[in-house]
Design a protein around this ligand. Sequence first.
Ligand code: S3P
Length: 425
Amino acid sequence: MDFKKCGPLRGEIMVPGDKSISHRAVMFGALAEGTTEITDFLQGADCLSTISCFQKLGISIENTGGAILVHGRGLQGLQTPQDTLDAGNSGTTTRLISGILAGQDFSCRLTGDASIKSRPMDRIIRPLSLMGASITSERGNSCAPLLIKGSPLKGIAYQSPVASAQVKSCVLLAGLYAEGQTSVTEPALSRDHTERMLSGFGARVESFGKTAVIWPRPRLTGQKIQVPGDISSAAYFLAAGLLVAGSEILLKNVGVNPTRDGILRVIEAMGGSVQSLNPRIVSGEPVADLLVRHSSLRGTTVQGDLIPTLIDEIPVIAVLASFAEGTTVIRNAQELKVKESNRLDIMVESLSAMGVDITGTDDGMIIRGGRPVHGAQVHSRLDHRIAMSFAVAGLAAEGTTTILEADCVNISYPEFYRDLERLQG
Ligand code: S3P
């Protein structure tokens, strides 16, 4: 797919529902008693993988394109699947469902696509094993396929070596089935959607700084959940609005949870204009409308506790930095190497191909911005966030940018290219 430097982007847009929140609404709805109704659910391939896994576990889920209805069967209501569970490309499905499966009274096999089969699962195998779970990597390489035999679990106080909401949520979900309380302490606070939503369903979950604690065997009750727009999807339009001369875009109904809004803080530090309007709480999550205007940007430093709050936005932040005056340094972002692709290497390689002065480091990158950026041919590596980041770069660079395997945006934003085109008038 080809992208060329474009004229002003103008208008309003509603980005699709938050991916992390959509997954959790289905999972917690399945474990609750009664029906959970989910509106603005993200109909992306990752969240559909979560639906299909829970259907195989005996949960009736109606998805007719409008609201999703999850007919929960309670904490003990899952049934032995007849078949291998397939998480597709989704790390969130794989890691969160593993925590739930560890506490059941049946065994199952969990797999995914080539990317999932190469991503580290030792980060969940270790804490779940400490809780008494029986979970092994079929090929002995700490990756999926995983064999999980439901076992009696005991609560632990886990010090996670990584700031990861997938690890934290996996352990907290296993904690629902454990004897005694379970806690997870992170080196930096990751997204807290699990804590917020589980407590809305009736679980006792408390947070103390970087530690989350859960008490077992609550009675969870079906809820109505309205999923806010995904700030990780909004990030591409924020970036495009900032970079393309004359642009002004109103992004309506975007989730601005403080554990997810690091991109807004980075844009502010770079001198970009984003106004947050009409702040409100929707289904326990902070939401606002965001008005972005074209701005000239300067380099900044992105590091430390900020990193987990913008972990999925680093590729598009690297694009912003390429067009900013001065140097941007990104540190402590080694997690990017184990996402859907090695996002550090790919950003360095592909932005270099576009003429950007960029150097990869062990845990991030250094971008000396402000040089002319030109189009190039880049491969998405089947990573949705790489494809969308380069689509934005292509709208601001000279010449033509060609993205190979651009369709992978269906993982988190099936309508992405149509929405981008619509704003070009
Ligand atoms: C997610 C957590 C993050 C993020 C991913 C979604 C979640 O992963 O990158 O896209 O829904 O919990 P990590 O927990 O691996 O940082």
